[in-house]
Design a protein around this ligand. Structure first.
Ligand SMILES: [Zn+2]
Length: 281
């Protein structure tokens, strides 16, 4: 898995020590490597994946996914066909990686914006394939996560997908997107379900962006059933979070929170849900 995956002996926290990544370029100079004709995308494409050139885990476990050939684009700006093609690519890569005997969890995710570590502006996300189920998804799976929500936290429900704010979010902005009827993973969805998921995810991202005047940094990821056969009843969902508590103002995870693992969130989840409902994606 990692060249050097360590576990804290007292907490059980896993830490991938990846000293090699200190050598990677912070921001590429010159031409964008993700634009058509660039280093990572020599041919024209609509959506595209390739192995991560600076993988934090070995054995082909880390991939990059390009959402669009348009440098200034973003997931929230994709049209229906492009969004569906992106979800299909996520599903295909999940199936390929998930079929490996040494893969349990396929995590599809995106860091959007420099503030959350994106080093290239071209619209893209990543995939990590773990040989185990990491701690946070494992806790959700063990508790039998499902998209239960009070009405005050629901932002939207359409096409069989519900978007809602979690009751106890760690981050000031936090949204969940889940199927109303249980689905497990991307490869198991039919074309219509994937397309509906893509539309719901895109609308949720747009809503978060419309809360703020400036481009908001976001982190998004998909929780899908482990591919090792564990938790056969797992419920698929996606999460979107932002560290911003107001326009341009990030909320840092501070000493008391790092010390205790308990969080102090200045944004009331029910108020966030109301604001998210009031914007028009
Ligand atoms: Zn580009």
């Amino acid at each position: 898995m990692s060249a050097d995956l360590r576990t804290d002996p007292w907490l059980g926290t896993r830490v991938h020590v990846v000293g090699s990544r200190q050598g990677r370029p912070n921001l590429p100079t010159g031409e964008c490597p993700f634009c058509p004709g660039g280093l990572e995308a020599p041919e024209p494409y609509d959506v595209r994946w390739f192995p991560n050139r600076w993988p934090p885990m070995s054995d082909g476990r880390c991939e990059v996914v390009l959402y669009s050939p348009v440098h200034g684009g973003s997931l929230s700006g994709l049209d229906d066909a492009s969004m569906a093609a992106l979800v299909d690519l996520w599903a295909d890569r999940s199936a390929v990686l998930g079929a490996r005997a040494d893969v349990a969890t396929v995590l599809v995710f995106e860091n959007h914006g420099r503030e959350v570590g994106a080093t290239i502006d071209h619209p893209h996300g990543q995939i990590y394939a773990f040989d185990h189920v990491p701690e946070r998804p494992l806790a959700r799976l063990r508790s039998g996560w499902s998209p239960e929500s009070s009405d005050a936290l629901v932002v939207e429900e359409s096409d069989g997908w519900r978007t809602f704010v979690p009751a106890a979010p760690v981050h000031p902005v936090s949204l969940q997107v889940a199927p109303v009827s249980r689905l497990h993973d991307l490869p198991g969805m039919d074309a219509e379900q994937r397309a509906a998921f893509g539309r719901a995810l895109r609308r949720a991202r747009r809503r978060v962006e419309l809360l703020f005047a400036d481009p908001v940094p976001t982190m998004s990821w998909i929780n899908q059933r482990p591919f090792d056969g564990s938790f056969p009843d797992a419920w698929f969902n996606a999460e979107i979070v932002s560290p911003w508590r107001s326009n341009g103002v990030p909320r840092y995870i501070a000493a008391a929170e790092v010390a205790t693992g308990e969080y102090f969130n200045p944004v009331v989840p029910e108020d966030l849900a109301e604001r998210l409902r009031s914007v028009a994606p």
